[in-house]
Design a protein around this ligand. Sequence first.
Ligand code: SAH
Length: 580
Amino acid sequence: MKDSPAIIILGQNSLPLARQLTTALPGAKLYGLSERTTGVDVSFTNFGDTLRELFAAGTPIIGICAAGILIRTLAPMLTDKRQEPPVLAVAEDGSAVVPLLGGLHGVNEMARQIATVLGVEAAITTTGDIRFRTALLSPPKGYHLANPEDAKKFISDLLGGATVRVLGTASWLTEGNLPIKADGNLLIQVTEKSVELTGNCLVYHPATLALGISGVSGVSVGEAVDFIQEMLADAGLSKKAIAGVFSDDAQISNSIIQAIAQNFHVPARFFNNLEIKAGHDIIAQEAALTASGVASNLIASKVSPQITCCISISPEIINPETLGRSRGQLYIVGIGPGGQQWMSPQVKEILRNITDLVGYSTYLNLAGSLLPGQKRHDSDNREEIARARLALDLAATGRKVAVISSGDPGIYAMAAAVFEVLDQEANPKWDSIDIQVAPGISAVQAAAAQIGAPIGHDFCLISLSDILKPWSIIEKRITAAAEADFAIAFYNPVSKQRTWQLTKAREILLQYRSGDTPVVLARNVSRVGEEIKVRRLEELSEEEVDMRTLVLVGSSKTRIVPRKDGGVWVYTPRRYDIDG
Ligand code: SAH
């Protein structure tokens, strides 16, 4: 669950109230409906999508609006109350604070904080059992409740006057206001052991076990996981008490170790020079002990020719995020042509989870605002290679980095630049990075969608920029494409320095195609200032075209269909027997 809330406003007159709320909620971000608010941290156009995305990401939501619209908007997503972030409605005049969802994640506490700032009473609607419930059903980080299904009855028994005995140590339990008695009739157990679950005992597994792994060779993920499960079973340990998977730095790109960590839903972390310190045979053991700290003990191990695993136990909760380093991630991301509605959910998810954002400033702005803790690395549009190197270097230190392109990252954009640098420079530092390319809607698709279906049949893309390739090649491609009767999308058609190329392209095309061929000039598609014009090939002029324009030239079959509203559709039929 993320901690920094989003305060949502739908009109400018809610801004002062929203600002007042931030005093109770440090780190909160102001989200404002774009056409009705200014001076907010994040502007959004679609209320429903924005709200649902925040909710899905676990962000606490404070809507300065009617409770009803929050409920209706989130209704389809209300499936598991244990996963719900706090959601509150605050009346526009600050007269009411109503906690709606997220009872297990502190919505009532949040409502009280806000109410205090506003000088009103929070409209708490849950009964007095909330104090036990919050503690028991959503234990602090590092503790896992093994039997949440038993908790409801357990809590009502407590409220009915039962007392509880606590076995094991956890200060959050003993320092709370539970009716603890040495001879209590209910039981709470805090243990790394796997225990049989019964209704009158709540079991919490503390994240005190470090799983060290080494000597991985010729084993599948399934076999490795089974092997570890057996080791745990033999030692009577619960897998829910594993805090992390640990190994030597040299193993950082070992995909089996990464997959094991994923299987147990914990991070994989790697320590420097364990092999040198410990010797080859006991790397797993050394990794586990390094993670669990000075006062720890080795409590299980299992060795085969294919994998060595060890478990050590710490007297404290282990926080893996502070130990060694993780494998770096590099996401090469396409944010689409501009508007949020044309950015894929996968990309949005990636952008929520990264630590660093690398890209050309204009695209970084389009990608949306940063979350707390995220770092932005702006660069000039021309420095693609330097940008790729920077992204790789950052990821090599274990950070989660996204390098951003507009449209699709694989089309005249950063993906090829990153792979070019990887290929040409082959820096061993980069070997451990996990690289993922996340596609986006390219300018040609966006432009086509706005005008109909101009690429409904065979088409090709040609960049008119002769910075990275000689003009002679471009000319050859235009000629071949014209001859082959492709519809052609010209990327980078004109820039301040390059003006004659488009005119030259038109001349070549006119040797093969009629002057009446439809041409679409799509400028700033799905961005502010979008403009779509349809011209005839004969009229195509660089005067009407710039770097923010995609030029789409039809094939001999491309047709114009008048629209009732006075505009036109442009489409290219899928068949060759329709008359042009
Ligand atoms: N990776 C991008 C293309 C980068 S090349 C993509 O897949 O869309 C840059 C060229 O793309 C621009 O010169 C322009 O021709 C085109 N382009 C990119 N975004 C555009 C947009 N929103 N509207 C119109 N053309 C765009």
